[in-house]
Design a protein around this ligand. Structure first.
Ligand SMILES: C[S@@+](CC[C@H](N)C(=O)[O-])C[C@H]1O[C@@H](n2cnc3c(N)ncnc32)[C@H](O)[C@@H]1O
Length: 289
């Protein structure tokens, strides 16, 4: 069943993809969770808004010295699966709970309560009014606590520049098609509002202080094998969704050759596929009372 989301994406069907991506960044996510919950002011509660497959929530549930992790998502099946996953990884004394809610809803605070740390990864850009979304997330932060968002710094690359079929530079053109899909996704959202500033500035505009950010690489060098290879191949299928509408017939034909398991150019047999991306983390602090 398709549940309403502002971006018209049926997130419940994306569990496998989101779980795979959690696997790619699990070591970094563990370190981020440990860094964020430690420090001078002890953190006892985390709210993860748009928790996806639950990888981040699981990392927080494992890192907390006790307390609560609340997962919030609008996709009910995804939420149930993420809650199960985070519960499995929770340290002793950490309670995990899931709340189905829309991050764009004015009543978000009433539905989920507040926490020392509010985390939201790759979600705000799916909301019609991103600055209003950040303000709502900031409302969930207790005075003196932190709002942390992850937004993609650089999209993943997985292919060599010349793959031997079609014209060189295929992946750049496939990514350009995907960017154009993204622009349309945002433009077609009812009530869409542009956010004409970077994320650090946006966090300050949402009332947060001491804003800092850093990026980490997701770096799986060639040759990728096992689950990472599967992720790379599924990424090519994901790129194809936008390529069908946006790319030339030649580029689409080249991509189809890479995806053809029986053909001579099947990407799954290459030893030069890799996965390289950068994710950016932005942290803002809510003033103490
Ligand atoms: C791109 S995924 C990111 C998942 C996870 N945070 C991660 O970084 O892998 C977006 C997530 O936000 C959820 N989502 C999208 N729009 C939402 C909304 N308006 N309210 C709550 N959750 C939403 C989706 O169901 C999905 O779980």
């Amino acid at each position: 069943m398709h549940h309403h989301s502002h971006d018209n994406i049926d997130w419940d069907t994306r569990l496998r993809q989101l779980r795979d991506e959690d696997g790619l960044t699990a070591p970094q996510m563990r370190r981020i969770a440990e860094t964020l919950v430690s420090g001078p002011d002890t953190c006892h509660s985390v709210i993860d808004v748009g928790s996806g497959a639950g990888g981040a929530a699981a990392a927080f549930a494992a890192a907390l010295p006790g307390g609560t992790v609340t997962l919030v998502d609008s996709a009910p099946e995804l939420l149930a699966e993420a809650e199960r996953h985070a519960t499995e990884h929770a340290a002793r004394g950490v309670e995990v709970r899931g709340v189905r809610a829309d991050a764009a809803d004015e009543e978000l605070g009433a539905a989920v309560g507040s926490a020392d740390l509010v985390f939201s990864s790759l979600v705000v850009h799916h909301l019609p009014d991103q600055l209003a979304g950040l303000r709502r997330l900031a409302e969930l932060v207790r005075p003196g606590g932190k709002l942390v968002i992850v937004e993609s710094g650089l999209w993943a690359h997985v292919l060599p520049w010349d793959v031997g079929v079609g014209e060189p530079g295929l992946e750049e053109r496939l990514l350009a098609a995907r960017y154009s899909w993204f622009r349309r996704m945002r433009a077609e959202m009812p009530g869409t509002v542009r956010l004409p500033v970077g994320w650090s500035t946006a966090l300050r505009q949402a009332g947060l202080g001491d804003v800092e950010s850093w990026s980490y690489l997701v770096d799986w060098p060639a040759p990728v094998t096992g689950p990472v290879r599967d992720i790379v191949l599924r990424r090519l299928e994901w790129l194809r969704e936008a390529a069908v509408e946006e790319c030339s017939a030649d580029d689409l034909a080249a991509l189809d050759q890479l995806l053809d398991e029986q053909g001579p150019h099947y990407a799954g047999r290459r030893d030069d596929l890799y996965y390289l991306a950068a994710h950016s983390v932005f942290v803002g602090r809510k003033p103490a009372l």
